[in-house]
Write a protein that binds this ligand. Structure first.
Ligand code: FES
Ligand SMILES: [Fe+2]
Length: 458
């Protein structure tokens, strides 16, 4: 632990951060509501990080665009005629009007709705009505184009960074990016997409989903003997498989996806047919391998792009979660996944989105997913598992304000990701260059479940 303390002191020396993480397994409550701390995040964190701006399936055709909003910034993310993706600040160079709202397709560029300044799909200004009425210095070529925003694509998504000097996207998402590439995350498509307005800080919201410690108390239906937790002594393989099926059904129903109903059906068929060796450990290993093979085969038969799930498992690349700092992650289960994104709306308000993602035949036409209207966190339409998580969050945000409560006390072994995440944030708030934050990013861009506190130098 000594290295951890040293790293925090060197960080504090860099530039003071209020309510900084000084003891790695303690998180001060003010980080979740103090207006000045929030203002520092607005100023020093969000303008410098890669953000998941949209799924590429939202802009499938040339000239399709969406608006991505973060805090007071709005960015146009556009598919070009050549098929790549670009981004621009959504502000007319005349008097600042947001040029677009929401989403759409611009057949021949954009027209500002106020006075009609025109921009091509490359962001370049193409027309100023009554241009002769302006002084020359206000219409300098190159100064009246939409301001470009850094944009790159990875993992089936477009990512933006408001920092023109940002390091390349991939460098900032490793090692999650490589792990999720192996699982072909880019081939996933939206089955459904919901969003929630949560009366909690954006960090608190995501911290409810990055550890497993809460499962026993919050999601008791997932505690299935033989499946959850460690196995003790001799196990009857048939009982184990029955428990596994129960777990798959409970996850599938509880998340309305995640383990897709297609994969559950494959598992049910396999249970009826499978022949198992006598040795219990070999039998359980056979079950997992054959289930991976059966899911892979079912999807390939249908024309889906899916990796060899058994090969991934053999290489230990079958992680149950891939986290990408600071606000997006994906939870793979067999062929499919749930994916989450979090955006602050204020110190104690968050817009959280959940996608249920799965694979479809490559030639199957899919609709452009439409951004959902946010539901309240107690809306009866939420699937059971997020509803359970949401029931805790507002209570936690309110509880943090208790006068006698000073800091969260984290489990060093089970809740380490929360510490790693906060200390990475402190690196940004201290104004450190991204190069110096890369070791920290490599510790947070991982499977965060059951993660220990990492010893990284900032
Ligand atoms: S503000 Fe856009 S044309 Fe005037
Ligand atoms: Fe949960």
């Amino acid at each position: 632990m000594r290295g951890l303390y040293r790293s925090v002191y060197s960080l504090v020396v860099a530039e003071p951060v209020p309510f900084a993480i000084e003891t790695p397994d303690r998180v001060r409550k003010e980080r979740y509501y103090d207006p000045d701390f929030y203002a520092l995040e607005v100023e020093r964190l969000w303008p410098r990080v890669w953000q998941m701006a949209c799924r590429l399936e939202e802009i499938p055709q040339p000239n399709d665009f969406v608006e991505y909003e973060i805090l007071d910034q709005s960015v146009i993310v556009l598919r070009t005629a050549a098929g790549d993706v670009r981004a621009f600040e959504n502000a007319c160079r005349h008097r600042g009007v947001r040029v677009v709202e929401g989403r759409g397709t611009c057949e021949s560029g954009f027209v500002c709705p106020f006075h009609g300044w025109c921009y091509g799909a490359d962001g370049g200004n193409t027309h100023v009505p009554r241009a002769k009425a302006f002084s020359e210095h206000n219409l300098h070529p190159g100064e009246i184009d939409l301001v470009p925003v850094r944009c790159e694509t990875w993992g089936g998504c477009a990512w933006i960074n408001l920092d023109t000097d940002a390091l390349p996207l991939r460098q900032c998402l490793e090692p999650s990016a490589s792990v999720l590439d192996g699982w072909r995350v880019e081939s996933l498509r939206t089955d459904w997409w919901y969003s929630c307005r949560l009366p909690v800080n954006w960090k608190l919201a995501q911290e409810a989903f990055v550890e497993q410690y809460h499962v026993v108390e919050t999601h008791p239906q997932l505690v299935i003997p033989g499946r959850y937790g460690s196995r003790k002594g001799e196990v009857d393989p048939r009982a184990y498989i029955a428990a596994d099926l129960r777990y798959l059904h409970t996850m599938s129903d509880g998340m309305a996806g995640m383990v897709h109903a297609n994969d559950v059906a494959v598992a049910e068929r396999l249970r009826a047919e499978i022949e198992l060796p006598d040795d219990p450990d070999a039998a359980i290993a056979t079950w997992h391998r054959e289930l991976n093979d059966a899911v892979t085969a079912w999807h390939r038969e249908r024309g889906d792009d899916i990796p060899d799930l058994s090969a991934l498992a053999a290489q230990q690349l079958d992680e149950p979660m891939g986290y990408c700092f600071p606000h997006w992650f994906v939870l793979p289960m067999y062929s499919s996944a749930s994916s989450y994104r979090f955006r602050p709306l204020g110190p104690e308000e968050t817009l959280m989105e959940i996608w249920s993602l799965t694979r479809f035949p490559a030639d199957e036409a899919r609709e452009r997913p439409v951004p959902p209207e946010p539901w309240e966190c107690d809306d009866a339409r939420w699937p059971p598992i997020p509803a359970q998580d949401f029931s805790n969050l507002p209570r936690q945000q309110r509880g943090l304000h208790a006068r006698g409560f000073e800091y969260m006390r984290l489990s060093e072994r089970m809740e380490g990701h929360i510490s790693n995440f906060h200390r990475t944030i402190d690196g940004y708030l201290a104004g450190l260059p991204t190069e110096r934050l890369l070791p920290a990013l490599r510790e947070v861009n991982v499977n965060p479940l059951e993660r220990a506190i990492a010893d990284f130098e900032l």
